[in-house]
Design a protein around this ligand. Structure first.
Ligand SMILES: *[C@@H]1O[C@H](CO)[C@@H](O)[C@H](O)[C@H]1NC(C)=O
Ligand SMILES: *[C@@H]1O[C@H](CO)[C@@H](O)[C@H](O)[C@H]1NC(C)=O
Ligand SMILES: *[C@@H]1O[C@H](CO)[C@@H](O)[C@H](O)[C@H]1NC(C)=O
Ligand SMILES: *[C@@H]1O[C@H](CO)[C@@H](O)[C@H](O)[C@H]1NC(C)=O
Ligand SMILES: *[C@@H]1O[C@H](CO)[C@@H](O)[C@H](O)[C@H]1NC(C)=O
Ligand SMILES: *[C@@H]1O[C@H](CO)[C@@H](O)[C@H](O)[C@H]1NC(C)=O
Ligand SMILES: *[C@@H]1O[C@H](CO)[C@@H](O)[C@H](O)[C@H]1NC(C)=O
Ligand SMILES: *[C@@H]1O[C@H](CO)[C@@H](O)[C@H](O)[C@H]1NC(C)=O
Ligand SMILES: *[C@@H]1O[C@H](CO)[C@@H](O)[C@H](O)[C@H]1NC(C)=O
Ligand SMILES: [Cu+2]
Length: 591
């Protein structure tokens, strides 16, 4: 009975939410207001009914459709028995760090039954970003697109007939809160069942021969479509292709790119890629495929994750006029080079106020990304090399980030009570150099034993306002040879260069692109390779920096940057807004 009453009031709320999704004009800029009710929902896939967590009954969740300069107000109603925050991925949040929604970094989770309002401006960005839950695994189903349209309505490319998000994700049968618990306990053996495109598993997945529904994109011959491709997966980078068609890449992470023609795009978790696709093939049906890539053995292997959808031309019979539907030829899932080349071909489209690469560097970081291990049960000595006596963790410069669980770093910093919670000594380089990309570091190689012991700590780094920071991220082969999509909150950085093997300043600095580098919030650091980025600390606050592979976050591949206030109110973080709920409000801080 209680459940029934809950359900009734819930539906009322969803109706209310729909009614509240309103846009009100304030001078030129608008206020875009939404209510997101986060709730449980039963969904059946592959003959199994599973409880999932969604916003307003939608999977993927509702898109925020805004114009550069708008104010966004989102009221969150948490109907879960679990805490969560919502992060506005890629939104620069200039002087609004309080609204960043990074759990335990900028705020404590909204407790079960709790509510919270996020209010922020979208300024100087255009293209595609996205929003997602930021308390661990919930983001697999609690996510949606943020579409930012240009102020003057003009694109630096022919205006598409239509634009739509293409959200590549994963279908998890395992309860996501259970997955969370298992990962926190050092168990990383769980896998999703399938890839998804806009929530659909696609017809390559079936149960007792009944295929799953496929995502269908209906097109008209001669028209062009802006596909806003977003990878929301917890685990994998994806290759995406449509048979018989090519793409013009025009943007990424809410910034324009120099148009680039390709027949395949690659998208890592956290990245967005905007492409134009013109329906210029003979009218027919064409398959689209999203395929997860992964390093080959001896890296631990995951199953093949694939979702197949359809591009369907108007006027073609449902059975494709009796003809076979062309399928795109995909690279081997073990070949990660197409990702390397794809990212290597992206450059920024210069627009004056945002494309000034800082030519001097005040602080320089070289950050290794890899795995390490701790002895179970707090022991000092144990058998290493992926033995069951260890817990595998992830590190940056040999520090595995310890996430606070009852407090937020921003509040501690703002209140001046950070002592005992964090230190400000995140190292600018690894403690001692080694051959980072030596494949013999992958078990059962002989070399990892001495390097894998590590430790957990909440080590941050503090910057003065207006510091020019350079970071070279180095993916290592320590215990595994994954790539690492590194995401910085509150900033876009210039991606100056990438390379394979170990970064060598003598050789590689020459390759830096100061002319038209891409501006990104996420950089895919290639497998056993490196990427160099630069940014200026012009946004005060507490900014999470982490790998966007969920298991790497949970394992500790993270830190946070404190950016101090500048000299004026316009360069300082204002006090928390009135609607901000401090940790401990409602007596609930934990999920
Ligand atoms: C989902 O199914 C379970 C088991 O049948 C049921 O107890 C629960 O109330 C359902 N939840 C929702 C939100 O419908
Ligand atoms: C958003 O912009 C408006 C107009 O410039 C400003 O008054 C307001 O304080 C900004 N809000 C936030 C949350 O930054
Ligand atoms: C259905 O999914 C649950 C996990 O949510 C799993 O325990 C169970 O084995 C699955 N059943 C089948 C028939 O696959
Ligand atoms: C169902 O899936 C199985 C295993 O993936 C596959 O071998 C089989 O061909 C599929 N059947 C249909 C009708 O798609
Ligand atoms: C661009 O892509 C092509 C084709 O994959 C590749 O040969 C080339 O090396 C790439 N360029 C860069 C700079 O990565
Ligand atoms: C570790 O594995 C060994 C051999 O497979 C087994 O005997 C032992 O019980 C395991 N220890 C733990 C703590 O799981
Ligand atoms: C580092 O390891 C790589 C891959 O195993 C190897 O090709 C390279 O020669 C090594 N470099 C040095 C300096 O030993
Ligand atoms: C990390 O530090 C530990 C000591 O705390 C050391 O044993 C290990 O070799 C270091 N690993 C790396 C990759 O630097
Ligand atoms: C930031 O620093 C640069 C030089 O490093 C200086 O030219 C500029 O005026 C500074 N900007 C602000 C807002 O302090
Ligand atoms: Cu990573």
């Amino acid at each position: 009975m209680a459940a029934k009453a809950m359900a009734a009031s819930f539906f009322l709320c969803v109706a209310l939410a729909a009614a509240l999704a309103a846009t009100a004009s304030v001078g030129e800029a608008a206020v875009v207001e939404h209510t997101f009710v986060v709730h449980e929902m039963n969904v059946t896939h592959l003959c199994n009914t599973t409880k999932i967590y969604v916003v307003n009954g939608q999977l993927p969740g509702p898109a925020l459709d805004v114009t550069d300069g708008d104010t966004v107000v989102v009221h969150i109603v948490n109907r879960l028995e679990h805490g969560l925050t919502i992060h506005w991925h890629g939104v620069r949040q200039i002087r609004s760090c309080w609204a960043d929604g990074a759990g335990f970094v900028t705020e404590c989770p909204i407790p079960p039954g709790g509510e919270h309002t996020y209010r922020f401006n979208v300024t100087g960005q255009v293209g595609t970003l996205w929003w997602h839950a930021h308390v661990t695994c919930l983001r697999a189903t609690i996510n949606g697109a943020i579409i930012i349209r240009p102020k003057d309505g003009k694109y630096p490319f022919p205006t598409p007939a239509k634009d739509l998000p293409i959200i590549i994700g994963e279908w998890w049968q395992l309860d996501l809160i259970e997955l969370d618990r298992r990962m926190a306990d050092g168990n990383f053996d769980d896998n999703p069942l399938s890839a998804t495109i806009n929530g659909k598993l696609g017809d390559l997945s079936n149960c007792s021969g009944v295929p799953e529904e496929s995502f269908v994109l209906d097109v008209e011959r001669g028209k062009s479509y802006l596909l806003r491709i977003i990878n929301t997966a917890l685990f994998s980078e994806y290759y995406f292709k449509v048979a018989g068609h090519t793409f013009t890449v025009v943007g990424a992470d809410g910034n324009y790119l120099t148009p680039f023609e390709t027949d395949m795009i690659t998208v890592a978790p956290g990245e967005t890629i905007d492409v134009l696709m013109t329906a210029n093939a003979p009218p027919a049906h064409y398959h689209m495929i999203a395929l997860a890539n992964q390093p080959p053995e001896p890296d631990p292997q995951i199953p093949v994750f694939i979702s197949r959808g359809l591009v369907r031309y108007a006027g073609v019979r449902g059975d494709n006029n009796g003809l076979p539907v062309p399928v795109p030829l995909m690279p081997s899932q073990h070949n990660t080079m197409p990702s390397y080349y794809f990212h290597g071909n992206l450059t920024g489209l210069a627009y004056p106020e945002r494309h000034r690469v800082p030519m001097h560097v005040d602080e320089r970081f070289f950050i290794t990304l890899g795995l390490g291990s701790l002895c179970r049960g707090g022991k000092k000595v144990c058998k290493r090399r992926r033995s069951n006596e260890t817990i595998v963790v992830a590190t940056m410069n040999n520090v595995s980030f310890h996430h606070p669980t009852t407090t937020s770093l921003l509040e501690r910093y703002y209140d001046g009570t950070g002592k005992g919670v964090y230190t400000e000594d995140f190292p600018e380089k690894p403690p001692h150099p080694y051959n980072y990309t030596n494949r013999d570091l992958i078990p059962p190689g002989p070399l990892e034993e001495a390097l894998e012991p590590t430790f957990k700590a909440t080590k941050l780094r503090r910057f003065k306002y207006n510091t020019s920071v350079e970071i070279v991220f180095q993916s290592t082969a320590l215990l595994q040879s994954d790539s690492n999509p590194m995401h910085l909150h509150g900033y876009d950085f210039f991606v100056l260069a990438q390379g394979l093997g170990n970064f060598n300043p003598k050789r590689d600095v020459k390759k830096f692109n100061y002319h038209n580098p891409q501006l990104r919030n996420t950089v895919q650091v290639p497998r056993t390779g490196w990427a160099a980025v630069r940014f200026v600390t012009d946004n005060p606050g507490m900014w999470y920096l982490h790998c966007h592979f969920e298991f790497h976050i949970v394992m500790g591949m993270a830190t946070a940057f404190i950016v101090e206030d500048g000299p004026t109110p316009e360069t300082s973080l204002p006090p928390p807004p009135p609607e901000f709920k401090r940790c401990g409000a409602n007596g609930l801080t934990r999920p």
